[in-house]
Design a protein around this ligand. Structure first.
Ligand code: GDD
Ligand code: MG
Length: 367
């Protein structure tokens, strides 16, 4: 298939590896399938790629792969052709890309999009492909700026945007040479994918990119300061879900109009309960009288009882938050039961199925 090179028709979505479960929250759910704004997170990435003209997407998976296909099928309901490839052992990011090469239909010079599966972003996907075509690069990378780049791949560029180095997870202060990081979306010339060694683990960040740079390949960076969030933690997940509902993170897959709240059809919300800040109430969930829920995700079947105050928190599927309990920056695992009159704050995480009796924990004084 040879195509207009300012338009990518194919993409690879990386949804495997070791850390793909949102532990200990949703014990059997890989992160890409945890609902964000009411639909499995992956739906947003698929829909955004489709909106940018992509027609064929290969999901490279290695873990709990069997949950993707029953949900998304062949992709035709989204106007996509989806394929699934499962690694027996995780092959790393580069190995996963190489492992699906035989499924691509692009010609050797054509652009192929590659996305990390845990990123929520407003990236101008077509813009990245256009930049790639204009610069004639071998690989083009979406870059974003962050305050603390240590958890990411650092990508310094020259005055033309050409990448000069790739430093994954820098360990020493001397290595922190830029605040530009790899935002986890690339365009690869198809032939570069075929040149990754097959049949063994390869890290695109630690091996492929440094090797390409060492051999004089052209890696082009595109700094795009649009909305960008790595959903690596449950708190980031809650933030991302709220931003989808609020319309700050653009996605054609949000089910319903953007606004202060998203209440899925079978949820029950008391007339005087207050839902704000991009709160999502999942299917079958119940919000009691006078409860106030802000910037939070209440997963399917959960109960937030009367008078509870929930802020910037995640309440797992079928979990129960008791009367007058206060949650702030808390993560409550699936099926956990928090009794009445508790106060949980500041990043606390309650394990799935745990039970906290009424009046057990508080942070504020007794007065
Ligand atoms: N199929 C498959 N197999 N996918 C994998 C594997 C694997 O063995 N290992 C990782 N992945 C997928 C993950 O599911 C995720 O979607 C993506 O590749 C990146 O892996 P992470 O484990 O999330 O990496 P990270 O967040 O520490 O760092 C990456 O993302 C940063 C941006 O969030 C790197 O690409 C950094 O350079 C980047 O800055
Ligand atoms: Mg990540």
């Amino acid at each position: 298939m040879t195509q207009d090179r300012t338009q990518a028709q194919e993409a690879i979505l990386l949804v495997g590896g070791k850390g793909t479960r949102l532990r200990p929250l949703t014990v059997n759910t890989p992160k890409p399938m945890v609902p964000a704004a009411g639909v499995p997170f992956l739906t947003h990435q698929l829909a955004r790629a489709r909106a940018a003209g992509v027609e064929h997407i290969v999901l490279a998976t290695s873990y709990l792969a069997e949950v993707f296909e029953p949900h998304f099928g062949d992709g035709s309901s989204m106007g996509l052709h989806l394929e699934y490839v499962t690694e027996e052992e995780p092959l790393g990011t580069g190995g996963a890309i190489r492992n699906v090469a035989s499924r691509l239909r692009s010609g050797s010079d054509d652009p192929v999009l590659i996305f990390n599966g845990d990123i929520l972003t407003g990236l101008d996907i077509r813009g990245l492909v256009t930049t790639h075509a204009r610069s004639g690069a071998d690989v083009s990378l979406h870059l974003t700026r962050v305050e603390d780049p240590r958890a990411f791949g650092l990508v310094p560029t020259d005055e033309h945007g050409r990448v000069t180095a790739f430093l994954e997870k820098p360990q020493t202060p001397e290595e922190i040479v830029t605040d530009q990081i790899n935002a986890g979306a690339y365009v690869f010339r198809r032939s570069v994918i075929d040149s990754i060694p097959a049949g063994r683990p390869v890290s695109v960040e630690r091996e492929t990119f440094p090797d390409l740079l060492a051999t004089g390949a052209h890696l082009q960076g595109m700094v795009d300061s649009t909305y960008w969030l790595d959903l690596g933690t449950p708190h980031a997940f809650v933030r991302g879900s709220a931003d989808l509902v609020l319309g700050r993170a653009p996605s054609p897959a949000v089910p319903g109009r953007c606004g202060d709240r998203l209440v899925l059809p079978t949820a029950t919300v008391a007339a005087d309960a207050k839902l704000t800040g991009g709160t999502v109430v999942g299917a079958g969930a119940v919000i009691g009288a006078g409860a106030r829920v802000s910037g939070s995700t209440i997963l399917d079947g959960a109960v937030v009882a009367a008078g509870a105050v929930v802020t910037d928190s995640l309440v797992g599927a079928r979990a129960r938050v008791g009367e007058r309990t206060v949650l702030s920056h808390a993560v409550i695992g699936d099926d956990a039961v928090i009794g009445a009159d508790n106060e949980l704050r500041d990043g606390v995480r309650v394990w799935c199925e745990a039970t906290l009796p009424a009046g057990s924990i508080r942070f504020s004084s007794d007065q």
